[in-house]
Design a protein around this ligand. Structure first.
Ligand code: COA
Length: 140
């Protein structure tokens, strides 16, 4: 399903394997946490998140990595339930901020987030990946 979201976002559709999910979401040194929405034992959506730090407010926060609902289950409140559950995790940890990214082109998601009362800024995500990172790290 994480690959389906990547496909939706025009990113690598094969980045995740079951082994990677087991290691990075559920392993002893997990890198992020996942909440899933289930119907009759089948996973129909998920939200993943990590603890981070927000230097704008000098406080810890939760950063939502992914939010995804299988197409046939959309528009039935599942996305809202998942965001509510992640917000609850943030509140439980005493955080006052939950943040995540959205593409400008994702109008439906943006409408949803506005309706939640979210502020949507204009910042862009900047990535140095692979060789570009290695080059900068090497100081070349
Ligand atoms: C964004 C996404 C997670 C929302 O999940 P969802 O289960 O459809 O959302 P909900 O049913 O809880 O609806 C949330 C809001 O979306 C809007 N919405 C729902 N169905 C809609 C539809 N068919 N058309 C337009 N807006 C709709 C409504 O504003 C709704 O708010 P409401 O509860 O006040 O009515 C889901 O559409 C999805 O997985 N999209 C593809 C992946 C993606 O874009 N992820 C977000 C990346 S930032």
């Amino acid at each position: 399903m994480a690959n389906a979201l990547n496909r939706h976002e025009a990113l690598s559709p094969r980045a995740f394997t079951a082994a990677i999910v087991r290691r990075d979401a559920f392993g002893a040194r997990r890198a992020f946490r996942v909440l899933v929405a289930e119907v009759a034992g089948a996973v129909i959506g998920y939200a993943s998140f990590v603890a981070g730090y927000n230097t704008d407010i000098a406080e810890r926060e939760l950063w939502m990595l992914d939010l995804f609902v299988r197409p046939r289950w959309r528009g039935r409140g599942v996305g809202r339930v998942l965001v509510t559950a992640v917000a609850r995790q943030a509140a439980r940890q005493g955080f006052t901020c939950l943040e995540w990214g959205v593409r400008d082109s994702n109008r439906r998601a943006i409408r949803f987030y506005r309706a939640l009362g979210a502020h949507i800024g204009h910042a862009r995500i900047v990535s140095l990946r692979g060789r570009a990172l290695a080059v900068v790290a090497a100081g070349r």
